[in-house]
Write a protein that binds this ligand. Structure first.
Ligand code: HEC
Length: 102
Protein backbone atom coordinates (compact mmCIF):
# COMPACT_ATOMS: atom_id res chain seq x y z
CA UNK A 1 0.00 0.00 0.00
CA UNK A 2 1.50 3.27 -1.06
CA UNK A 3 0.09 5.46 1.66
CA UNK A 4 -2.30 5.20 4.57
CA UNK A 5 -4.93 7.33 2.89
CA UNK A 6 -5.22 4.89 0.01
CA UNK A 7 -5.59 2.03 2.47
CA UNK A 8 -8.32 3.84 4.32
CA UNK A 9 -10.21 4.70 1.16
CA UNK A 10 -10.09 1.07 0.06
CA UNK A 11 -11.42 -0.09 3.39
CA UNK A 12 -14.23 2.42 3.19
CA UNK A 13 -15.05 1.37 -0.36
CA UNK A 14 -15.35 -2.36 0.34
CA UNK A 15 -18.72 -2.44 2.11
CA UNK A 16 -20.27 -0.42 -0.69
CA UNK A 17 -18.80 -2.79 -3.29
CA UNK A 18 -20.09 -5.89 -1.58
CA UNK A 19 -23.70 -4.91 -2.04
CA UNK A 20 -23.46 -4.38 -5.79
CA UNK A 21 -20.95 -7.10 -6.66
CA UNK A 22 -22.16 -10.06 -8.68
CA UNK A 23 -20.04 -13.21 -8.45
CA UNK A 24 -21.61 -14.84 -11.51
CA UNK A 25 -20.73 -11.82 -13.60
CA UNK A 26 -17.22 -11.93 -12.11
CA UNK A 27 -16.78 -15.55 -13.21
CA UNK A 28 -17.83 -14.63 -16.70
CA UNK A 29 -15.35 -11.73 -16.76
CA UNK A 30 -12.46 -13.88 -15.55
CA UNK A 31 -13.18 -16.43 -18.26
CA UNK A 32 -13.77 -13.84 -20.96
CA UNK A 33 -10.57 -11.96 -20.16
CA UNK A 34 -8.36 -15.03 -20.07
CA UNK A 35 -6.90 -14.12 -16.72
CA UNK A 36 -6.12 -17.75 -16.15
CA UNK A 37 -4.04 -18.33 -19.27
CA UNK A 38 -1.50 -15.90 -17.93
CA UNK A 39 -1.64 -17.37 -14.42
CA UNK A 40 -1.05 -20.83 -15.79
CA UNK A 41 2.22 -19.60 -17.25
CA UNK A 42 3.19 -18.27 -13.82
CA UNK A 43 2.41 -21.35 -11.76
CA UNK A 44 2.46 -24.18 -14.29
CA UNK A 45 -0.19 -25.70 -12.10
CA UNK A 46 -3.44 -25.22 -13.96
CA UNK A 47 -5.77 -22.28 -14.13
CA UNK A 48 -6.72 -22.14 -10.48
CA UNK A 49 -3.33 -22.84 -8.89
CA UNK A 50 -2.38 -19.18 -8.60
CA UNK A 51 -5.21 -18.55 -6.15
CA UNK A 52 -4.57 -21.68 -4.11
CA UNK A 53 -0.77 -21.83 -3.95
CA UNK A 54 0.78 -21.94 -0.50
CA UNK A 55 2.73 -18.71 -0.88
CA UNK A 56 -0.14 -16.83 -2.41
CA UNK A 57 -0.07 -13.09 -2.22
CA UNK A 58 -3.66 -12.42 -1.40
CA UNK A 59 -4.28 -12.88 2.31
CA UNK A 60 -6.88 -10.19 2.96
CA UNK A 61 -9.86 -8.72 1.15
CA UNK A 62 -7.88 -5.52 0.71
CA UNK A 63 -5.05 -7.36 -1.05
CA UNK A 64 -7.52 -9.16 -3.26
CA UNK A 65 -8.99 -5.86 -4.40
CA UNK A 66 -5.58 -4.40 -5.20
CA UNK A 67 -4.23 -7.55 -6.91
CA UNK A 68 -7.24 -7.73 -9.22
CA UNK A 69 -6.61 -4.10 -10.07
CA UNK A 70 -2.89 -4.73 -10.78
CA UNK A 71 -3.70 -7.69 -13.01
CA UNK A 72 -6.38 -5.72 -14.80
CA UNK A 73 -3.77 -3.10 -15.68
CA UNK A 74 -1.37 -5.79 -16.92
CA UNK A 75 -4.06 -7.19 -19.12
CA UNK A 76 -4.85 -3.77 -20.56
CA UNK A 77 -8.44 -4.82 -20.81
CA UNK A 78 -9.62 -1.60 -19.24
CA UNK A 79 -12.22 -3.29 -17.17
CA UNK A 80 -14.50 -0.89 -15.39
CA UNK A 81 -14.24 -0.51 -11.61
CA UNK A 82 -17.53 -2.33 -11.21
CA UNK A 83 -16.13 -5.23 -13.26
CA UNK A 84 -13.28 -5.48 -10.80
CA UNK A 85 -15.83 -5.61 -7.98
CA UNK A 86 -17.62 -8.52 -9.65
CA UNK A 87 -14.32 -10.33 -10.13
CA UNK A 88 -13.36 -9.79 -6.50
CA UNK A 89 -16.71 -11.21 -5.42
CA UNK A 90 -16.26 -14.26 -7.63
CA UNK A 91 -12.68 -15.00 -6.57
CA UNK A 92 -13.59 -14.56 -2.93
CA UNK A 93 -16.57 -16.87 -3.22
CA UNK A 94 -14.70 -19.52 -5.19
CA UNK A 95 -11.26 -19.48 -3.56
CA UNK A 96 -10.42 -17.07 -0.78
CA UNK A 97 -13.49 -17.08 1.46
CA UNK A 98 -12.69 -13.92 3.37
CA UNK A 99 -15.49 -12.98 5.75
CA UNK A 100 -18.14 -10.88 4.03
CA UNK A 101 -18.26 -7.28 5.14
CA UNK A 102 -21.63 -5.77 5.65
C1 HEC B 1 -0.04 -10.55 -17.92
C2 HEC B 1 -0.29 -11.74 -17.10
C3 HEC B 1 -1.48 -11.71 -16.16
C4 HEC B 1 -2.79 -11.49 -16.50
C5 HEC B 1 -3.35 -11.24 -17.89
C6 HEC B 1 -3.55 -11.58 -15.27
N1 HEC B 1 -2.74 -11.85 -14.22
FE1 HEC B 1 -3.29 -12.13 -12.27
N2 HEC B 1 -1.39 -12.56 -11.77
C7 HEC B 1 -0.29 -12.49 -12.63
C8 HEC B 1 0.93 -12.80 -11.89
C9 HEC B 1 2.35 -12.82 -12.47
C10 HEC B 1 0.53 -13.06 -10.56
C11 HEC B 1 1.42 -13.44 -9.39
C12 HEC B 1 1.97 -12.22 -8.75
C13 HEC B 1 3.03 -12.57 -7.73
O1 HEC B 1 3.15 -13.72 -7.33
O2 HEC B 1 3.72 -11.65 -7.31
C14 HEC B 1 -0.92 -12.90 -10.52
C15 HEC B 1 -1.68 -13.06 -9.38
C16 HEC B 1 -3.05 -12.83 -9.31
C17 HEC B 1 -3.83 -12.94 -8.09
C18 HEC B 1 -3.29 -13.27 -6.72
C19 HEC B 1 -3.11 -14.77 -6.52
C20 HEC B 1 -2.58 -15.04 -5.13
O3 HEC B 1 -1.36 -15.14 -4.98
O4 HEC B 1 -3.40 -15.15 -4.18
C21 HEC B 1 -5.12 -12.63 -8.42
C22 HEC B 1 -6.31 -12.60 -7.47
C23 HEC B 1 -5.15 -12.33 -9.84
N3 HEC B 1 -3.88 -12.47 -10.34
C24 HEC B 1 -6.28 -11.96 -10.55
C25 HEC B 1 -6.30 -11.73 -11.94
C26 HEC B 1 -7.49 -11.42 -12.69
C27 HEC B 1 -8.88 -11.31 -12.11
C28 HEC B 1 -7.12 -11.27 -14.00
C29 HEC B 1 -8.00 -10.95 -15.23
C30 HEC B 1 -8.76 -9.70 -15.15
C31 HEC B 1 -5.68 -11.47 -14.06
N4 HEC B 1 -5.23 -11.75 -12.79
C32 HEC B 1 -4.93 -11.40 -15.21
C33 HEC B 1 -0.33 -12.22 -13.97
C34 HEC B 1 -1.45 -11.94 -14.72
Amino acid sequence: MRNPTTALLLLLAIPACAAAADAAEGKRLVEANRCENCHHNVTMGGAKAVYLRKDRRVTTMEKLVSQVSVCNSQLKQQLFPEDEEHIVAYLNQAYYHFPAKK
